[in-house]
Design a protein around this ligand. Structure first.
Ligand code: NOJ
Length: 701
């Protein structure tokens, strides 16, 4: 029997309250959870608790607890419908990968997919079957702490990586016990919160919503994502929990999304604070009609929906549609046949294979922002100082939105350097800044580990300066004053304003929050056993006053670079970023040559270029393709990423990169909200970042 027939049969047996129970996600910490499960109120449970420590990370503590809740649902509730157990497992479970923004710097969908597979394997072993990831919010404002959780500023890059993450979490077949249902979030436009302040409102023009913020969600839906979470924010006064046009309209009707939509935590109830609902019953009615199928934690649905149906304010068909979506997810996961997790699988947590996957991800996530030649360091006859406020950090390396990584499984950067170089290199270290400044003159080079701790990154950790934290900047300046060559390792969940460091230090390696194996990846890179290849998935501004600053802005009527007062510019700072989107150095050097553009069909183009490794070091280069639609019915971005390719090049080797563009790649959403192709002239660039490259053009009739 097909899922849909099974769902029909089950729906036919359900009471109204049991149906609404499927639309309810209860918090794991509520006191009467077990009774509520027996009553059929727990369609889902959010496991928002901190992990209960076992003796080892392989102890199946959570697995045993969730299996017991599942048993109550399956054996002691009337219909025996299994529970969806949700948790935030954004970039790794016990084995932690780089934060998503760091993973995006790999520009490598295979990496994103493999980290998601490891995450799914480990989280599912503990009984989690619904993961609140990937975060696919386009973020143009680094003041917003949650920029760390997503894949950066570009809709194309984010869409490709969103699909890779969905594939990784959900696998080929969700009945495989090592998979989890992915829940893409936060629908839609959350990254545009005003002032970069979390939970705030947004103003997003319809064309911008369609062309910038929605594409990653559309990509995730095409990849079969099982659930979508709506955001806390509003657009122009309409909170997401009430946004019928977006949720019921675009997502479900226009795109044909068959999964379920879940609110963010208590966001349905929060409509009273937004000022669009007076009572909890109003909240329930508005959200159910907007198309939100599951209520995370506020319990508004379970308290109010049945009465709304019984008093004819809400059609039962609305409830049935929501329940059908939730049950569909449970059938897709195979939970009716296999509701329990095999607790022995927790032995896989932190396995060497898993560590290997996140180590490779960490390696490729590192972005070399500056290098005057000091890196890579020699492995002998050298005295290296490893100093700075984060040199000994361990938990920090796991990033802000990571519940399950434990610092005991993480090596600090200082320890990783010591492990690596053995006795051939003298390592000097101290926790104290004053001591560091005394020792530093004895060093040939100083590695200064600075940046953001996790209390300054992630959810609701928004900031009004992008400078390094005060002590960190002062430390770098003091090192500079004693003229020791210094390479800064910058840990952070966002692009910081590093203009001083760029001007004054020898090297800057941006390492984000790189995860369990991050310190080893960094150390391999410092000493040349790994050649950095990451490219920034966000623009690095010079200072906070420039934000929002993104490469794919629209042209103005008075564009730069005309250097006079009538043109769009700041009076007190350059308009350019410090490092553009797509930027990142290597120990190799690459040369781009011979751009070829061939119109292969009336609406298709092939673009190729040759890339040569002109150095004596093997390395990877991420070649990027940008276009500009020169004249259109609405003003189009000055550049738009349309393709990218990672090439591994031996010394002296040349490879040809080829990109094929189709009509869809060259189309955009017009003023009527339709995807439209408008013929005419297109400019093209193929290069190492969004600022430079070989330029050409083509015309389509
Ligand atoms: C609030 C966050 O916005 C969301 O991303 C997360 O999934 C939920 N809390 C649950 O932890």
């Amino acid at each position: 029997m097909s899922f849909e027939l099974k769902i029909d049969a089950l729906l036919g047996r359900m009471t109204l309250v049991e149906k609404v129970g499927q639309m309810c996600q209860l918090a794991i910490f509520i006191p009467d959870l077990e009774d509520r499960i027996r009553q059929g109120h727990a369609g889902s449970i959010i496991c928002s608790n901190s992990p209960t420590p076992g003796n080892t990370p392989q102890d199946p503590v959570l697995a045993l607890q969730l299996n017991e809740y599942q048993r109550l649902a399956v054996e002691e509730s009337r219909l025996g419908i299994p529970i969806l157990f949700g948790r935030d497992v954004l970039h790794g479970y016990k084995t932690v990968g780089p934060i998503p923004l760091g993973q995006a710097a790999t520009w490598n969908p295979e990496i994103i997919e493999s980290v998601a597979r490891v995450t799914a394997c480990e989280a599912s072993a503990d009984g989690i079957n619904l993961n609140f990831a990937p975060v696919i919010d386009i973020a143009r404002d680094p003041r917003w702490g949650r920029i760390a959780e997503g894949f950066g500023e570009d809709p194309h890059l984010c869409s490709v990586l969103a699909q890779a993450a969905v594939r990784g979490y959900q696998g080929e077949d969700l009945t495989d016990p090592a998979t989890v249902l992915a829940c893409a979030k936060h629908f839609a436009g959350y990254g545009a919160v005003e002032g970069g302040r979390d939970y705030n409102g947004t103003e997003i023009a319809a064309t911008t919503l369609r062309n910038i913020y929605l594409p990653p969600f559309w990509a995730a839906v095409r990849a079969g994502v099982g659930a979508i979470m709506s955001g806390f924010h509003d657009i122009g006064g309409i909170p997401m929990s009430a946004h019928r046009e977006l949720v019921a309209g675009i997502l479900k009707e226009e795109w044909g999304f068959e999964g379920f939509v879940i609110s963010d935590w208590a966001a349905i109830d929060e409509m009273r604070q937004h000022g669009v609902a007076e009572t909890r019953a109003d909240c329930a009615l508005i959200s159910a009609l907007a198309g939100l199928d599951m209520d995370m934690a506020s319990e508004v649905y379970i308290d109010e929906l049945a009465a709304l149906v019984e008093t004819n304010q809400l059609a039962e068909a609305v409830i049935d549609d929501a329940v059908r979506r939730v049950l569909r997810a449970k059938f897709r996961l195979g939970l009716f046949d296999q509701p329990y997790t095999d607790v022995k699988r927790a032995s896989l947590h932190l396995s060497p294979d898993h560590r290997q996957v996140v180590r490779k991800a960490a390696e490729q996530s590192l972005v070399l922002l500056k290098n005057d030649g000091i890196l890579p360091l020699a492995k002998s006859d050298l005295t290296v100082g490893v100093f700075g406020p984060l040199a000994n950090a361990r938990k920090t390396l796991c990033g802000a939105w990571n519940l399950d990584g434990h610092e005991d499984s993480v090596l600090s950067i200082l320890d990783a350097v010591r492990d690596k170089v053995g006795a051939n290199v003298e390592i000097l270290a101290t926790d104290l800044v004053d001591d560091a400044l005394k020792i530093a003159p004895r060093c040939d080079v100083v590695i200064a580990v600075v940046g953001e701790g996790i209390a300054r990154s992630g959810e609701n950790n928004c900031i009004t300066t992008l400078d390094l934290p005060p002590g960190h900047q002062a430390f770098l300046e003091a090192l500079h004053a004693i003229q020791v060559p210094t390479a800064a390792i910058v840990l952070a969940g966002r692009p910081l304003a590093l203009e001083w460091a760029d001007r004054n230090l020898s090297a800057i390696l941006m390492v984000w929050h790189p995860g369990t194996e991050g310190a080893k990846a960094i150390t391999d890179t410092l000493f040349g056993d790994h050649n950095p290849s990451g490219k920034s998935p966000v623009t690095f501004p010079r200072n906070v006053g420039q934000v929002p600053l993104h490469y794919n802005h629209r042209p103005t009527g008075r564009p730069l670079p005309r250097n006079d007062r009538r043109h769009s510019r700041y009076a007190d700072a350059p308009d350019s970023p410090l490092y553009p989107f797509g930027y990142g150095l290597s120990y190799s050097t690459f040369e781009y040559r011979n751009l070829h553009i061939t119109v292969t069909a009336p609406r298709a183009v092939s673009i190729s270029a040759e890339i040569t490794n002109t150095s004596s070091t093997a390395g990877d280069e991420i070649a990027q393709l940008y276009i500009r639609d020169v004249v259109a019915s609405i003003s189009r971005p000055v550049k738009e990423l349309k393709g990218f390719s990672r090439l591994s090049l031996k010394p002296g080797e040349t490879q040809t990169v080829v990109f094929q563009l189709t009509q869809d790649d060259l189309s955009f959403y017009n003023q009527s909200g339709h995807l439209s192709f408008e013929p005419g002239l297109f400019k093209v660039w193929v290069g190492p970042d969004s600022n430079t490259g070989l330029a050409g053009q083509f015309e389509l009739k």
